[in-house]
Structure formats: C-alpha cells, structure tokens
Design a protein around this ligand. Structure first.
Ligand code: ATP
Ligand code: MG
Length: 164
C-alpha cells in the first residue's frame, strides 16, 4: 500500500512510547516529509519498532535516539542511531542471524529474533539492512533501505455527489 514514511515513523514512535513510563528523547531528521513508499505499513512499522526497541535496550535510559531519513531518486534509507555501547566487530556480521545475541556483562533480556525478523521484512520489500558502530559518538546505527522504483499514484481527486 502507498503511505508516507513519515506516518510509519510517527506510528512506530507512538507504539514504543505507549509501553514506557519514562519517554525517551527521539529526534527525527527527515529529508523529505511527503515521501511516498509502497510497502506493508504494519511490517515496516514492525522493523522500526524493533530497531527503536534495541536502541533503547542497549543504551543508557537517559540517552537520546535519532531517526534519520535520507532519500535519493532510487531509494529511501532509514537509520536508527543510539548513543549506547558498540557491538564488538566480530559480532557485527552475525546480529541479523536468528537467535544470535551478543554476550554482554549486563543482563538484558531478549530472544535474538528482532533483527532476523527485521532483515526478512526489509528483504521482502527489496531493501537492505546493515549495522555499524558510530565512530566518535559511540553507539550503534542500524539502517535499512526501501527502493523507490515504482511511480507513486496521483493524489485522488475528491468526488462529491452533493456539489454538482
Ligand atoms: P529480541 O528478539 O527481543 O529483539 P534481541 O534484542 O536480543 O532480542 P535482536 O534485536 O535480533 O535480538 O538483536 C541481536 C543482538 O544484537 C542483541 O542481542 C544485541 O546484542 C545486539 N544489538 C542489536 N541492536 C543493538 C544496539 N542498538 N546496540 C547494541 N547492540 C545491539
Ligand atoms: Mg531486539
């Protein structure tokens, strides 16, 4: 279905916030507000929810989270960046595997499925997902792309029967 990426982000943040007593500061940098994508709204929202959930789980409770949306004519890239701990380099290539969890001295619960599911959803849409450690600010950025190949529909013309 055609929807605005902005709407999906808003809904994902709303969903995340509903489960929290103390809301986290989530900053959005969006290149193009009315960016239309042809995706399954629920599934892409799920990907974003998974990434935001991780960003919150694996960083300090008072640190902020940033969502960055960039696009060119071919694709849109959505990144979720946190200011938490980096992922050890040897684990980076495995975190999208089913049930893979980085061994951590802290007790943070999880099943290791969030990123595997997210990868599946992104690939189903013809996109890619990747993780990298932030070089100077610390923390992790996980980004996914969605191709913008098809032409968006024209804005439907409202037809009213009462104003003829
Ligand atoms: P769940 O199935 O509940 O999401 P999970 O969070 O452990 O469990 P994934 O979301 O698949 O599983 O993440 C896999 C592993 O990657 C995590 O266990 C964690 O070690 C690491 N990871 C993921 N996101 C981040 C992040 N933003 N910062 C640091 N480590 C991360
Ligand atoms: Mg997770």
């Amino acid at each position: 279905e055609w929807c605005e990426i902005d709407e999906i982000i808003k809904e994902a943040i709303k969903h995340i916030d509903e489960g929290l007593e103390n809301k986290r500061e989530i900053i959005c940098e969006i290149s193009n507000k009315e960016l239309l994508v042809n995706v399954d709204f629920i599934l892409i929202k799920q990907v974003l929810t998974n990434l935001l959930d991780n960003a919150m789980k694996y960083s300090k409770p008072d640190s902020r989270i940033c969502i960055i949306v960039r696009n060119n004519e071919k694709q849109v890239e959505v990144s979720v960046r946190d200011w938490g701990l980096p992922i050890p380099p040897e684990d980076l290539e495995h975190i999208f595997d089913k049930f893979y969890r980085v061994r951590s001295p802290r007790q943070i619960s999880g099943t290791g499925l969030g990123l595997a599911i997210s990868k599946g959803i992104v690939e189903l849409h013809g996109g890619k997902i990747q993780a990298e450690n932030n070089s100077e600010i610390g923390g992790v950025t996980i980004s996914f792309t969605i191709p913008l190949s098809k032409i968006p529909p024209r804005i439907p013309v409202e037809v009213g029967d009462d104003n003829e």
